[in-house]
Design a protein. Structure first.
Length: 210
């Protein structure tokens, strides 16, 4: 059986550090990337992920400074501030009502999901962990969607989260998860840094010290 094209994307995608600063993405193209990202798995379909797309020339330097001067932020066509909604369960009744209205879920099941999610994520630590987990899953889908369109991406964890919140007027209900730069690479080097072998990261049935 021939490998699925998705596997090729997964195996060839690399994080890019140098972007073509002349490359631009339209707002429609940015919307398409986020639409793809929104198909990521989601606990109870809460969809904790949120995105702030920084793509205007006047805004990029503000974000670059907060990201400790990383050049990718200045040169990429767009850098997403990826957020997780720690109070995502508040919107769950409205989200699930859409499934009920579309005859995809009975009202009783929707009500049960709201109760269960409310109980599980009433713990602030659990709610924060899930918000970060969901936003990370969506970010990976977005990176693969960019790769499928012939663009490149790079996830950045080096930034001042508090200043991002202040500078871009982000409500405290959201936690900044990562910055995600997307654009056209200056050059596309397919060489990938060596990865651990499968037997160095996989155990069957029982965990062991790797």
């Amino acid at each position: 059986m021939a490998p699925h094209p998705l596997l090729d994307l997964v195996r060839r995608r690399i994080s890019v550090e140098e972007f073509d600063a002349t490359h631009r993405l339209s707002e429609d193209q940015i919307r398409d990337l986020v639409a793809d990202a929104a198909h990521a798995p989601s606990s109870f379909n809460i969809q904790h992920w949120r995105f702030v797309a920084v793509h205007r020339d006047e805004d990029k330097p503000r974000l670059q400074e907060i990201a400790f001067g990383q050049q990718q932020v200045a040169d990429a066509a767009v850098t997403f501030i990826v957020l997780g909604d720690v109070r995502g369960t508040e919107k769950l009744p409205q989200i699930l009502q859409r499934a009920v209205d579309a005859d995809m879920m009975p009202q009783g099941k929707a009500d049960a999901w709201v109760r269960m999610a409310g109980g599980i994520y009433s713990d602030e630590t659990v709610a924060r962990d899930e918000a970060i987990r969901s936003a990370t899953l969506a970010s990976m889908v977005l990176m693969l969607a960019a790769e499928a369109r012939g663009w490149a991406s790079g996830a950045l964890s080096g930034f001042d989260a508090e200043r991002v919140m202040q500078e871009f007027s982000i409500d405290p209900r959201y936690v900044p998860v990562m910055l995600l730069a997307v654009g056209r690479p200056v050059s596309h080097d397919d060489a990938r840094k060596p990865r651990l072998e499968v037997d160095e990261i996989l155990a069957f049935d029982r965990c062991r010290i790797f």
